[in-house]
Ligand binder design. Structure first.
Ligand code: ASP
Length: 409
């Protein structure tokens, strides 16, 4: 059986096991934890080595600047579209209407740092410390600057570039080894989650759940795969087929940073994206591009406003679009980050932050969907940018078709 099929089977069996054997499922969490730790173990060395290889692989500073611009603009545009979808769904479905506020309790939410501080913290005062703490954004900044400096040094830097290249290759291999654990890890995680968030917790919040899942599906199918089909002129079915491993991991771990190693592997092996490009675009995307998170913040903000009976003005909607974009960029690719950043969005339009308590209980289930869309968005941008740079091996991309028996587009 192919790995992706095993992972999906693990996911399904996990849900079933969680519902029918709750005690057993509550106890197999350590197996899931081992898998998550193994995947997290890859992140820091992978992001650093992969970005340095990505930058040093593009010696031409013009090309690097061009790819950086394309990547960043596509990330921003798709995020803004995603929030608009979220706000539309929130307005039409009115998920918060009729919610019983009596059940809300105040949850502990972490303080969100001011935006100016976020910007300052982008520059690591000590890159080793940032690595030790796993702070992804400062590591990215350091890796890009370090890669640029290696380019400027020229010939003399070649041995070091080769060493870092070898580290990156080893990390990709290690990813493949860790992925063999995935079906069991995913099984354990899903069993644990479904016994914990059984149907009874979900029922009162079904509308918001439905809204977020609907938004995720609309964005993934229309915006993201539409862009693959019409802008990239590529078969979107191949696209999804190629990234299914990454999607299963994103869904079960709710972490796009954690999924990054698998995302890179899928982009190269199944979609035919060049090594350099995937090493540059994907680590950036896993950290700053979060369409699903932005969409969710739109739905959640409206849900909370409706639940408290607060009317929002057009200006408020625009503020939500702006702050959700920033909040999604600032969210780390780890579980629950989007919920914490939601406080920023609520504050910006004066909505009660305690409203977060309403959705905190089901956040994990929402997080799983939004993380999956975050990863789809990263892959879409990678494919489009690499096609526009003639760095997409379409024979690999189209080979997906033969695997599922369709004609190439
Ligand atoms: N868990 C999401 C991710 O890793 C971030 C979020 O909480 O929205 O992409």
């Amino acid at each position: 059986m192919k790995l992706w099929a095993k992972i999906l089977l693990g996911l399904l069996l996990g849900v079933i096991c969680g519902i029918f054997f709750p005690t057993f499922s509550a106890n197999i969490k350590p197996l899931g934890d081992v898998f998550i730790r193994a995947i997290k173990m890859l992140i820091v060395p992978l992001i650093f080595s992969s970005l340095v290889v990505g930058v040093t692989g593009m010696k031409d500073p013009k090309k690097l600047g061009r790819i950086g611009m394309k990547t960043f603009s596509l990330y921003l545009i798709t995020t803004a579209v995603a929030i608009t979808i979220g706000l539309t769904i929130g307005t039409v479905l009115k998920p918060g209407a009729g919610v019983d506020l009596g059940e809300a309790t105040i949850t502990q939410t972490k303080e969100v740092q001011p935006f100016s501080e976020t910007l300052v913290n982008l520059v690591p005062s000590n890159p080793i410390q940032s690595m030790a703490k796993g702070e992804v954004l400062p590591i990215i900044v350091f890796a890009i600057l370090f890669g640029l400096s290696l380019n400027l040094v020229g010939k003399k830097a070649d041995p070091l570039v080769n060493v870092i290249d070898a580290i990156a290759e080893a990390m990709y291999k290690l990813t493949a080894i860790v992925m063999e654990l995935a079906p069991y890890g995913v099984f354990a995680l899903m069993a644990f989650i479904s016994q914990k968030y059984g149907l009874s917790v979900l029922l009162p919040l079904l509308k918001v759940l439905f809204g977020v899942y609907l938004g995720c599906i609309i964005h993934a199918i229309f915006t993201l795969s539409g862009t693959v089909a019409f802008v990239g002129r590529l078969n979107p079915i191949n696209f999804f087929k190629g990234i299914v491993d990454a999607l299963a991991i994103a869904y079960s771990t709710a972490s796009s940073s954690g999924t990054l190693p698998v995302t890179i592997r899928c982009a190269r092996k199944n979609l035919g994206v060049s090594d350099n490009l995937s090493s540059f675009v994907l680590p950036l995307g896993a950290t700053i591009n979060m369409d699903g998170t932005a969409m969710y913040q739109g739905v959640a903000a409206l849900f909370i406003a409706q639940a408290y009976g607060i009317d929002l003005s057009v200006g408020n909607y625009i503020t939500i679009i702006l702050t959700s974009t920033l909040a999604s960029i600032g969210s780390a690719g780890v579980p629950g980050a989007g919920l914490i950043m939601l406080t920023l969005v609520l504050n910006s339009v004066g909505l009660p932050v305690e409203g977060i308590a309403l959705i905190a209980g089901i956040d994990r289930v929402l997080d799983m969907a939004r993380t999956t869309v975050n990863v789809v968005g990263d892959c879409m941008v990678t494919v489009i940018v690499s096609k526009s740079e003639n760095e997409l091996d379409e024979s690999i991309y189209n080979a997906q078709t033969q695997k599922i028996g369709l004609e190439p587009a």
